[in-house]
Design a protein around this ligand. Structure first.
Ligand code: SF4
Length: 250
């Protein structure tokens, strides 16, 4: 078991604050009164330093269950990444975008820009709105890869935390999970959670307040999770046993 080796993640999401301006029916946060706080800048800079010193070459974002533009420090944080030679991706619902903000973003190391649009009546309406956003904010005028999603489409019940759709499969699923292999998520309080569905840190693998993110990734806990989920043993984890997401055949 301890000989089992695996590569470093290629994406990390660090939740810079705990707030979102929306209350979507398919989002765990909507049904939770969590505190409204910001991750201290000193902690964000600490984890960025750990990533830099650990030779991380992947992409860093600052969302989890928050909307990044509700945090007015976001440009300062992107600036810090640039200073350290780190690259970013971002995901936003677009509500708080302005032309000036988009232009300002283009100065940083943002390699991928994902706009997740909500409230579309149907596919046609979504296509129309996406085009309007592109033209109005000139989202395709910069060097990043632009991705526009019809927000919420295809979302499941978030490992049982919401009742967004009727569950179609028998739980626990006996399928391996693609979610935890290449990405890691850090909650606003520093908890490094199992995956992007682990809102409450039920299967936390560490905390960046007192551990290095690279060490957390290579911890025994993480190793066990990878091995178990590669074998399709979702039943071993409370969260995974309720989850029908990210299935790959075993
Ligand atoms: S099975 Fe579901 S809850 Fe478990 S790690 Fe994968 S995506 Fe997350």
């Amino acid at each position: 078991m301890s000989n089992y080796s695996y590569p470093l993640f290629d994406r990390i999401s660090i939740e810079c604050n705990s707030y979102c301006n929306r209350d979507c029916s398919f989002c765990t946060r909507t049904y939770d009164n969590r505190e409204k706080v910001r991750m201290p800048l000193s902690l964000i800079y600490k984890v960025l330093k750990d990533l830099n010193e650990g030779g991380f070459k992947g992409l860093i974002s600052f969302h989890f269950y928050n909307e990044i533009f509700t945090d007015n420090r976001i440009f300062e944080i992107f600036e810090k990444c640039k200073e350290l030679g780190l690259n970013n991706y971002l995901v936003t619902n677009g509500d708080l975008l302005t032309k000036e903000k988009v232009k300002k973003l283009s100065r940083y190391n943002i390699r991928e820009f994902t706009l997740s649009l909500y409230d579309s009546k149907d596919r046609e309406d979504f296509e129309e709105r996406a085009q309007q956003y592109i033209e109005h904010y000139q989202l395709d005028a910069y060097g990043w890869e632009l991705i526009i999603l019809n927000g919420g489409e295809g979302f499941t019940n978030r490992a049982g935390y919401v009742d967004h759709v009727e569950e179609k499969v028998k739980l626990p699923v006996k399928s391996s999970c693609s979610k935890i292999v290449k990405k890691v998520d850090v909650r606003y309080d520093g908890e490094v959670v199992m995956c992007c569905l682990d809102y409450y840190g039920l299967h936390s693998i560490g905390n960046i307040n007192n551990q290095n993110i690279i060490d957390i990734w290579h911890s025994e806990k993480k190793r066990h999770q990878l091995i178990d989920l590669a074998k399709g043993n979702r039943y071993k984890y409370e969260l995974c046993s309720r989850c029908s997401d990210y299935m790959i055949d075993v």
